[in-house]
Design a protein around this ligand. Structure first.
Ligand code: ADP
Length: 503
């Protein structure tokens, strides 16, 4: 099969969150199964070109926006072993220091990008079996495909859509959609793309994501539990129920080529489940680097001493976008609680919202000079690898979580997950005290969104870590040995592709 992903993110060159990881991991898994895969990405100005191999201009063409034909370049290159086509319009779209948040109109830029991808296929005659779109950003593509390009020369492709997060639904005015050459008014009906909550308002709004759900051949979301949750709640649930027979929940995997503690280029010492000494080295390395006390150097004082040697101090990490979905009040509470419990915690996070940024900046000012907590308000791929490797525990206290990669990456690096039971977290982490499921047990799970629920899970984790080191090490090994790779789930994607493609 020939599969083309059309996406706003791709790890590691244009990654903001899990979407980027998923595209790269799924593409690699399909390539390794012998399929032909390309990723099409906007050529963001912020992409570091040195991470692209064999970058070559392949097509110069025009694509339509707001009454004009915009000269556009398509480049081909390779990123992390995956063929990528970069679409570069000659206007201001995709300029700026970051993937998102440039000073251009983002909605219009992604609608333009969606059409520019189809236009490129039409101009070059490339007709994949599957065009796989992701999130609202590329959800205008199926509308453009069925109502425009399929009427022209693109006949073969079928379209699949993965929804990574239902909260972002691509709110759009009719006239904004019209800028790509479709008639926005045609989509303003309940059975097409109208945002049902705005019916009767002036003006009513469209949702690109809803349009994508209606117009795609198959809709996927990123875990079986999130699929159930989205059928039960949220304004898109009625649309999803109407499209239930083409809606699938497939658990994400992690890209085990990028996330591998035995080969990871960012780690000072590599390790695996059988040889954990390297993990201890990584922990000490990170502690030293961040100015946190290192117990092996005998600096940690006042901790329980057993048989003349000091008990280890658990290091908890939380690596996340700092947004409400991630349970911000639980993260700030964990900072206090971990300190009280005698542990160490590092938060690596970036807040798109200024108010949240200020709140965490104040916490950083309060704690970062102290002996237990480090709050690092930045995005750093390199640091994230080192922190997963150094951590004893990874905390994911999300209010909702479609799939979540941090808990799976953490497990692969021997960081035992402590998570809230929601979405994909519920599908990947199983509590060690749930005796009905002990063969799967690999972490600590809590249910409530209150601080007491989190305390309970952290207490249990700290207690096992401190009092039963052998059991803890067994848990670390078990978490590391669990296969969270795409090998496990890419086959389900292939089945869906096969079920919709033209033979
Ligand atoms: P989401 O897609 O909602 O952001 P996921 O858990 O699915 O959440 O994926 C998050 C991905 O982004 C993980 O690979 C995580 O390590 C990474 N990540 C999040 N915040 C940062 C950060 N500040 N620095 C580096 N990596 C980060």
């Amino acid at each position: 099969m020939h599969i083309i992903h059309v996406t706003a993110e791709m790890a590691p060159i244009a990654k903001v969150g899990g979407l980027g990881d998923v595209v790269t991991g799924l593409a690699r898994a399909c390539l390794s199964r012998g399929h032909t895969v390309d990723v099409v990405l906007p050529f963001y100005e912020c992409i570091e070109k040195r991470q692209i191999t064999d970058l070559t201009l392949i097509t110069t063409y025009n694509s339509f926006h707001d009454g004009d034909w915009i000269p556009t370049n398509a480049y081909r290159g390779e990123v992390s072993g995956i063929p990528v086509i970069f679409v570069e319009p000659s206007n201001q779209f995709f300029k700026g220091k970051y993937v998102y948040g440039g000073s251009y109109n983002e909605l219009e830029a992604y609608i333009f990008f969606s059409r520019a991808c189809l236009e490129w296929m039409q101009v070059t005659g490339v007709q994949p079996d599957i065009i796989h779109v992701h999130e609202w950003q590329t959800s205008a593509l199926p509308l453009l495909y069925w109502d425009m390009y399929h009427q022209l020369s693109l006949k073969r492709p079928r379209i699949t859509l993965t929804i990574h997060n239902m909260e972002h639904y691509g709110e759009c005015r009719q006239e904004q959609l019209s800028k790509c050459g479709l008639d926005g008014a045609i989509y303003a009906t309940t059975d097409k793309a109208v945002d049902d909550r705005t019916i009767g308002h002036n003006p009513e709004r469209l949702s690109l994501l809803k349009g994508g759900i209606v117009y795609d051949n198959a809709v996927l979301t990123v875990s079986p539990t999130y699929l159930k949750e989205t059928l039960c709640s949220g304004w898109l649930s009625s649309t999803l129920i109407r499209n239930r027979d083409k809606y699938f929940g497939i658990l994400n995997g992690i890209d085990t080529a990028i996330w591998n503690p035995a080969t990871d280029i960012y780690l000072p010492v590599k390790f695996n489940a059988q040889k954990l000494e390297g993990k201890k080295f990584c922990k000490n390395y990170v502690q030293k680097g961040l100015g946190l006390p290192v117990e092996s150097a005998g600096i940690v004082e006042g901790k329980d001493v057993v048989n003349g040697t000091q008990r280890k101090v658990p290091l908890v990490v939380c690596i996340t976008r700092l947004v409400a979905q991630k349970g911000l009040h639980l993260i700030t509470h964990a900072i206090k609680n971990v300190e009280e419990l005698g542990g160490q915690m590092v938060v690596l996070g970036k807040a798109p919202d200024d108010r949240v940024e200020r709140e965490f900046k104040d916490l950083a000012d309060l704690y970062n000079e102290g002996p237990a907590i480090r709050i690092l308000l930045m995005y750093s791929e390199e640091l994230s690898h080192m922190l997963y490797a150094a951590a004893d525990m990874v905390l994911v206290p999300s209010l909702y979580e479609p799939c979540g990669l941090a808990q799976m990456i953490g497990m692969r690096y021997g960081a035992v997950p402590t998570v809230r039971r929601t979405g994909g977290l519920a599908d990947t982490v199983f509590d060690i005290d749930d005796h009905s499921n002990s063969h799967m047990a690999n972490g600590f799970v809590f249910d409530g969104i209150d601080e007491g629920s989190l305390n309970g899970a952290l207490d249990r984790a700290f207690s096992l870590y401190k009092n039963k080191p052998d059991e803890w090490t067994g848990l670390v090994r078990k978490a590391m040995e669990r296969d969270n790779s795409w090998n496990n789930t890419a086959g389900n994607y292939i089945e869906v592709y096969n079920s919709v493609r033209v033979r």
